[in-house]
Design a protein around this ligand. Structure first.
Ligand code: G3I
Length: 321
């Protein structure tokens, strides 16, 4: 059986990967599939490298949970996309609820980035340095970082990251920026500004959280991704999943398979789209049902680890490139 990472590499990608998370690593059947490098050439820790886990109180760092995932990947010769350093969500309350000046938060942010990147040096293919700086109206999120430093926090974060580890790819990662619209324009603005200022950035991650039957078109995806690669950057689909309103039906599963093919084919049609990561591969551990009530079945495998039509859609897209 030809499996996803092997097919992706044959099609010219660096990897086909998946997110995972610490709690599900007690499920041995799941871990067996996760550990198969022919299926997943790359792993992303879904939660355990985030700020609330890694620096729960000021200056106290804990990398135990993240290390579990990076060593699993290392044991299986899988690449790791490290995720993430600066994000408005999953912040410990000492950060999100703190009283900061530009200077004090800048110092805390620099220490966080430098300490975490130094710990994981040599273990990451890429780091998501700044995640989701834009809200759904395409404005900067007025989070604690923006409120203290203005949009300049993005430049400072990337410059700090470049000093902490010169060998890892530094990514801006966001959702709904990979097809045309105000948010795509705003994200391109952020990235262009960094590039023009000579700030080191290596890639743009487009998350790819979609809804069955309302995918952006392949040509719009390709066209928008190419606006980043035209700047000399690589792009990757970093968190792909395609949810539906439950219960799933054969018709929805068939449409989902087509939608996965659209996303995968778009990446394959962009010269510098280097990889695709699904946001976990198994419906049992997907974040969707907890966040979107009544929705789910967004992944490539069902809750019993059976491959779904979507899996075979990805296979066929990878084979036909
Ligand atoms: O750690 C606590 C645990 O102590 C508690 O018992 C449990 C009870 O609900 O909650 C646990 O925290 C949860 C955490 O995941 C770890 O499992 C949070 O409630 C839950 O909200 C959190 O969800 C994560 C979400 O980011 C938060 O925004 C998802 O697992 C994770 O998949 C998701 O990933 C994000 C990417 O990082 C960025 N892009 C969007 C993507 C989907 O939201």
């Amino acid at each position: 059986l030809a499996q996803l990472n092997d097919l992706a590499v044959a099609a010219g990608l660096k990897y086909f990967g998946t997110a995972t998370d610490n709690p599900e690593l007690t499920d041995t059947a799941y871990v067996e599939v996760l550990s198969n490098k022919t299926e997943w050439g790359q792993i992303t820790p879904g939660n355990s490298q985030k700020w609330d886990t890694t620096e729960p109180s000021n200056g106290t760092f804990s990398f135990t949970k993240g290390d579990v995932i990076t060593s699993l990947a290392a044991n299986n010769s899988q690449l790791v996309r490290c995720h993430n350093l600066v994000w408005y969500s999953q912040l410990p309350s000492w950060v999100s609820g703190g009283t900061w000046t530009n200077e004090t938060l800048q110092a805390v942010m620099k220490t966080h980035i430098t300490t975490e990147m130094t710990h994981y040096k040599g273990q990451c293919y890429a780091w998501d340095v700044v995640n989701e700086a834009l809200d759904d109206s395409a404005a900067f999120r007025t989070d604690v970082f923006y409120n203290a430093m203005g949009e300049d926090y993005i430049r400072i974060a990337f410059e700090t990251a470049a000093l902490a580890d010169p060998d890892v790819k530094l990514y801006y990662n966001d959702y709904n920026i990979e097809y045309s619209g105000a948010k795509a324009t705003a994200a391109l603005g952020i990235v262009t500004k960094l590039v023009n200022a000579g700030v080191k950035i290596g890639g743009v991650g487009v998350q790819g959280h979609y809804i069955v039957g309302s995918m952006p078109s392949q040509s719009d995806l390709v066209k928008t991704l190419e606006t980043y690669t035209a700047l000399g950057l690589e792009v990757a689909i970093t968190e792909l999943d395609i949810r539906m309103t439950l219960p799933s039906t054969d018709a929805l599963l068939a449409q989902q398979s087509i939608d996965y093919q659209t996303a995968v084919s778009a990446c394959l049609n962009v010269a510098d789209c280097i990889g695709i990561t699904v946001w976990d591969f198994d419906d049992k551990y997907s974040w969707i049902p907890d966040t979107f009530s009544g929705q789910g079945a967004a992944c490539l495998f069902d809750e019993n680890l059976n491959r779904k039509p979507a899996y075979y859609g990805v296979v066929s897209a990878l084979k036909s490139s």
